[in-house]
Design a binder for this molecule. Structure first.
Ligand SMILES: [Zn+2]
Length: 421
C-alpha cells in the first residue's frame, strides 16, 4: 500500500475497505428498467444477503433484510444523541453490464496511460481525465474493460461497512447511534422508495453515493417526466388524400421545435437546466414522446414546462384534426430547500471531511439521489463522496486512498454528532 492517505484513520481503514469492495463488485447486482418486481432483479438480493451476514458478524443490532432487499442494521451509540443514518445502494446501472466484473488493483500508480487488459480500446488517459492525473501514487481499482466497476455504489457500501466495523471494534461508544440502510434499485430511480423513515429511526442521514474526494452534495435537480401524445388519423395511404393525419410527422415537427443551442443536456452544465426528449415511439395513428425536464431552480423548471406545453399547443394549432396531450409527473425535487433549513447537517459533514484529512468541496448534482426524496419526506440527506469516478462506464475507476478517506469521513460523522449531543 502506498502513501497519499489523507489521515492515519483513512490508512487504517484502507485494506478493509478495499477487501470488501473487491468482494462486492464481483457480485452482479445490475437493476433493470420496466420490471414488475421490487427489487427489479433478484440478483441484487445476493449482495443484500451477504451484507446481512457480514453485519451480523460485525455484531450490529436489528440486522434484517426486507421484502425489497433493503438491508437494515443499528450500531448503538452514546445515549441522548440523535441517531444518524448512513445509506448506500447495492445495485449498478442498467446501462452497462455488471456480469463477471474483474477488478484489478494498480498499486502506487505511476501516472502512465492505463490500457484495460481485456479490451485495449478502453483506455484511462490522465491527459483526458484531470481527476485521474491528480492521483499519481494512489492505488487504483479499474475493470478489465468489459464491464462497469460498480464503485457506484459499492464503494459507498464498502466504506459504510468498514466504518461501522471500525466503530464497533473500537467500542468506546463515543459516537452517535448509526442506522445503516442499503437500498436496491437506486439506478432505476426507485431507491429509497420503500424506506420507512419512522422505522429507520435516523434523525439525519447521509448517502455515500458521490464521487471526488471531499465532495458534499446538497443540491439536486428538480425533475419532471413529461409525456407528449399526438393522435392523428391513419388511413390506407392509397386513399389517404385529404384524410390522413400522420402523427409521426407532427411528432417530428414538435421535436424539431425544441431548443438546441441551450436547454439541452448536450449544451448545458452546472446550474443550467434542460428539456430532453428520451424516447419516441409510434405510428401514423398515434405517436408518444417521453421527455425529462430538469432545473435546480423550481421557478425555471416551471418555465421549461410551459415551453413544452406551448410547443405542443403550436402543433395542435397547426393541425386542428390532431389531438395533442401533455402529461407531466414529478420525479423528485431539489433537496436544497430542505437541507438549507438544517445547516447543522452540512456543517457536521464538513467537519467530518476535515477530520478525515480532506478539504470539503460543496458540489451540485446534475441529477438526483435517494437523498432528494428522503429530504422532502422529512429526512435531510446530503450526499457524500465515495472516491469512485467515471460512473456508468467501462472505464469506471476508484482510488483506494479516496475510498479510505470516505470511510474515515463516515467514522468521523458519527463522532462529530456525538460531540454535538
Ligand atoms: Zn449511485
Amino acid at each position: 500500500m502506498s502513501s497519499a492517505f489523507t489521515s492515519p484513520l483513512a490508512e487504517e481503514l484502507a485494506e478493509d475497505v478495499l477487501e470488501r469492495f473487491l468482494r462486492y463488485v464481483r457480485i452482479d447486482t445490475q437493476s433493470a428498467y420496466g420490471s414488475e418486481t421490487a427489487p427489479s432483479t433478484p440478483k441484487q438480493l445476493e449482495l443484500s444477503r451477504l451484507l446481512v451476514s457480514e453485519l451480523e458478524e460485525i455484531g450490529l443490532d436489528g440486522v434484517r433484510m426486507d421484502d425489497h432487499g433493503y438491508v437494515y442494521a443499528l450500531l448503538a451509540g452514546a445515549e441522548g444523541v440523535d441517531p444518524i443514518g448512513l445509506i448506500a445502494h447495492v445495485d449498478t446501472s442498467p446501462d452497462v453490464t455488471g456480469t463477471n466484473v474483474q477488478p484489478q488493483v494498480l498499486r502506487a500508480w505511476d501516472g502512465s496511460r492505463i490500457e484495460l487488459p481485456a479490451d485495449s480500446s478502453q483506455v484511462l488517459d490522465p491527459d483526458e481525465h484531470p481527476a485521474l492525473a491528480e492521483r499519481v501514487g494512489h492505488d487504483l481499482v479499474t475493470t478489465d474493460g468489459t464491464t462497469l466497476l460498480g464503485a457506484d455504489d459499492k464503494a459507498g457500501v464498502a466504506e459504510i461497512m468498514a466504518a461501522i466495523a471500525y466503530l464497533k471494534r473500537n467500542g468506546d461508544g463515543r459516537h452517535a447511534p448509526v442506522h445503516v440502510c442499503f437500498t436496491t434499485d437506486e439506478e432505476i430511480g426507485a431507491g429509497a422508495d420503500h424506506l420507512d423513515i419512522e422505522e429507520f429511526g435516523a434523525r439525519y442521514a447521509y448517502t455515500f453515493d458521490g464521487s471526488g474526494l471531499g465532495e458534499i452534495e446538497t443540491e439536486t435537480f428538480n425533475a419532471v417526466r413529461v409525456g407528449v401524445t399526438i393522435r392523428g388519423s391513419a388511413v390506407h395511404p392509397g386513399s389517404a388524400k385529404g384524410k390522413l393525419v400522420n402523427s409521426v410527422k407532427l411528432a417530428a415537427e414538435f421535436l424539431a421545435s425544441l431548443p438546441r443551442d441551450g436547454l439541452s443536456p448536450e449544451t448545458t452544465e452546472e446550474r443550467e437546466g434542460f428539456v430532453h426528449p428520451t424516447t419516441v415511439r409510434g405510428s401514423a395513428e398515434e405517436t408518444h414522446i417521453d421527455l425529462i425536464v430538469r432545473d435546480h431552480d423550481a421557478a425555471k423548471l416551471e418555465e421549461h414546462l410551459a415551453l413544452v406545453r406551448r410547443l405542443a399547443d403550436e402543433i395542435a394549432d397547426r393541425e386542428p384534426r390532431a389531438r395533442v396531450q401533455v402529461d407531466a409527473e414529478e420525479q423528485y425535487r431539489n433537496m436544497r430547500e430542505v437541507i438549507d433549513r438544517h445547516p447543522e447537517v452540512v456543517a457536521a459533514a464538513e467537519e467530518a471531511v476535515r477530520r478525515a484529512g480532506a478539504e470539503p468541496v460543496p458540489a451540485i448534482i446534475r441529477g438526483g439521489t435517494d437523498g432528494a426524496r428522503l429530504s422532502h419526506r422529512g429526512l435531510p440527506t446530503p450526499n457524500i463522496f465515495t472516491g469512485g469516478q467515471e460512473y456508468h462506464s467501462r472505464r469506471e475507476w476508484a482510488s483506494v486512498q479516496d475510498m479510505a478517506a470516505a470511510a474515515a469521513t463516515a467514522v468521523e460523522l458519527a463522532r462529530v454528532w456525538a460531540e454535538r449531543g
